[in-house]
Write a protein that binds this ligand. Structure first.
Ligand code: HEC
Ligand code: HEC
Ligand code: HEC
Ligand code: HEC
Ligand code: HEC
Length: 384
């Protein structure tokens, strides 16, 4: 279509009008056709004709371009007004460029704090380094090689902790009694970790209990899906239409997808999507964490996914979180090693809304083991 040139003969206009109508019919109501940015010569022959959607437009509508998002404005009121070295890589354009070494600084680390006010722009993903990058090192130290263009995604969505981070914090304080609370032990936040889940125990991003086996990469048949098989790299939207090639579901709600017919949560329903099996176990884990905190530690706990550091003292002991409780001064501060491990996993899954599709087996295993360890009832449950 970029090749179209306008001539002044009426016949051409007629053809163009018909073509316009055809494009309109094909495009309207369907997902708009995706092409590169149209060349300047191209004009839409009919007012009603939707223009091809450019990469620019797809990107502008995405979370990566959202200048108002908390993920890009969190540091706006700080003094000095800058994004610190440990946050800049994933939360700013200059930080990622610095990490890659495109700005002439050392590769693989962020050297400088970054200016505020940027997002994940075209250059973040399209530069001379990202073009050839094919490996990524996870917070566990495990390096995965021979990857494709999705390396960029994983670099920012890999999370910030692993089994080792949790275990080292416990060992570092010489805590030998799993049930003894320590006021020095702090909560460990996996942070946004969707990019690690598909690799499972290859990169140990969840807390993996000793002596248990965990699912590695989540393979579909022979196939390991990279991020871009399911997410559009510019709009970030899920390519829902591609799921129906292999899955039977209503075509819109991917949470209804299910392959495995084991009744993991023991509710007798093996028709519900695997997402709901995971939700049940996640909910059971929360209740078990609350019982343990109250009965074994003697300090009730509650969770709020949207307020850092997520776990707070449940002051009125009603099992719910309220606005007075969800404040940083009231952060939960009597962690025992056992409670920390389970809470790390609970929060991990809360912060990967795609866990059911990223690696259902790994997540179900992690939930089952966390529940069993913290004293939850697993009699009716099944571990993959
Ligand atoms: C390895 C990459 C990475 C690092 C390093 C990182 N973040 Fe994030 N952070 C993310 C990603 C990715 C998201 C987006 C989460 C989503 O919406 O899926 C995010 C989201 C956030 C949000 C938005 C609210 C939320 O919780 O989702 C805040 C606030 C935030 N990060 C703070 C920080 C701070 C503070 C630091 C430094 C101490 C930091 N981040 C370091 C990757 C990172
Ligand atoms: C979050 C990362 C990311 C951002 C931001 C991003 N892209 Fe891309 N883009 C990709 C990936 C991944 C591909 C596919 C692999 C490749 O070609 O490198 C791609 C492909 C492309 C292609 C080649 C398409 C093809 O089929 O060969 C163009 C052109 C492009 N992007 C333009 C842009 C423009 C313009 C912007 C900014 C408006 C942008 N991209 C922002 C990740 C990104
Ligand atoms: C430089 C770091 C960076 C890179 C590279 C990056 N992301 Fe992101 N991504 C973020 C941050 C930060 C957010 C949160 C933005 C917001 O809340 O608006 C985010 C948001 C998202 C979201 C939406 C989450 C939501 O809350 O709606 C998806 C999906 C996503 N990214 C997927 C990808 C994919 C796929 C790629 C690779 C093509 C990629 N990201 C590359 C940092 C990055
Ligand atoms: C099998 C398909 C599939 C693959 C492969 C996949 N995802 Fe996802 N992802 C999903 C689904 C489904 C969701 C749930 C969100 C939704 O329904 O929109 C999701 C959610 C996410 C989110 C959170 C979006 C939000 O709304 O907060 C991020 C970030 C993300 N994925 C990043 C990645 C990254 C990075 C990779 C590659 C390592 C990846 N995904 C691979 C299917 C997939
Ligand atoms: C090429 C075929 C194929 C496509 C396309 C595909 N999947 Fe899958 N998917 C599979 C297979 C095979 C499995 C089972 C893997 C296993 O458990 O060994 C699976 C498993 C799943 C599971 C876990 C089900 C369970 O019971 O544990 C979810 C959720 C899922 N896929 C979501 C998606 C989504 C969302 C998309 C589209 C973005 C998608 N899949 C596209 C083949 C596919």
């Amino acid at each position: 279509m970029e090749q179209l040139r306008f001539s002044h003969t009426p016949k051409i206009w007629l053809i163009l009008a018909l073509l316009g109508a055809a494009i309109f019919l094909v495009s309207c109501g369907n997902t708009p056709e995706i092409t590169a940015t149209p060349s300047p010569e191209f004009e839409c022959p009919e007012l009603t004709c939707p223009k091809p959607v450019s990469y620019e437009e797809l990107w502008s509508s995405s979370a990566h371009a959202d200048t108002t998002a908390e993920a890009f404005t969190h540091w706006d009121e700080d003094d000095p007004q800058e994004i610190p070295v440990e946050c800049a890589k994933c939360h700013s354009r200059p930080g990622f460029i610095d990490f890659l070494g495109v700005d002439g600084t050392k590769e693989g680390i962020v050297d400088n704090p970054s200016d505020i006010g940027t997002t994940v722009t075209c250059f973040v993903c399209h530069n001379e380094i990202t073009m050839v990058l094919d490996d990524v090192t996870f917070p566990s130290g495990v390096r995965i090689s021979h990857l494709g263009p999705e390396v960029r995604c994983i670099l920012c969505h890999q999370g910030r902790a692993s089994t080792d981070t949790v275990e080292e914090a416990i060992l570092g304080l010489d805590l030998t009694d799993d049930d003894a609370p320590s006021d020095e032990l702090e909560f460990i936040n996996s942070h946004s970790i969707s990019g690690a889940t598909p690799f499972g125990s290859q990169v140990n991003a969840a807390f993996e209990y000793k002596g248990r086996q965990y699912q590695g990469r989540f393979e579909r048949g022979e196939d390991f899906f990279d991020c871009l098989r399911c997410h559009d790299q510019h709009s970030l939207e899920l390519k829902v239409e591609t799921c129906s090639e292999c899955h039977t579901f209503n075509g819109t709600d991917v949470k209804d997808i299910r392959v495995d017919t084991t009744d993991f949560d023991g509710d007798g329903d093996i028709q519900e999507g695997i997402a709901y099996e995971i939700e049940s176990l996640h909910e059971l884990l929360y209740r078990a964490i609350q019982v343990y905190a109250k009965e074994t530690i003697g300090n009730p706990i509650a969770f709020d996914a949207s307020t850092y550091p997520y776990f707070f003292v449940d002051i009125n002991d009603d099992g719910e979180i309220n606005a007075e409780e969800a404040i940083s001064e009231n952060n939960y501060n009597t962690w025992s090693p056992r409670l920390l491990r389970a809470a790390y996993n609970y929060n991990y899954i809360s912060h990967d809304p795609g866990a059911f599709a990223h690696n259902s087996d790994y997540i179900l295993q992690v939930l089952f083991d966390s529940l069993a360890d913290i004293g939850g009832d697993t009699d009716d449950l099944h571990r993959p």
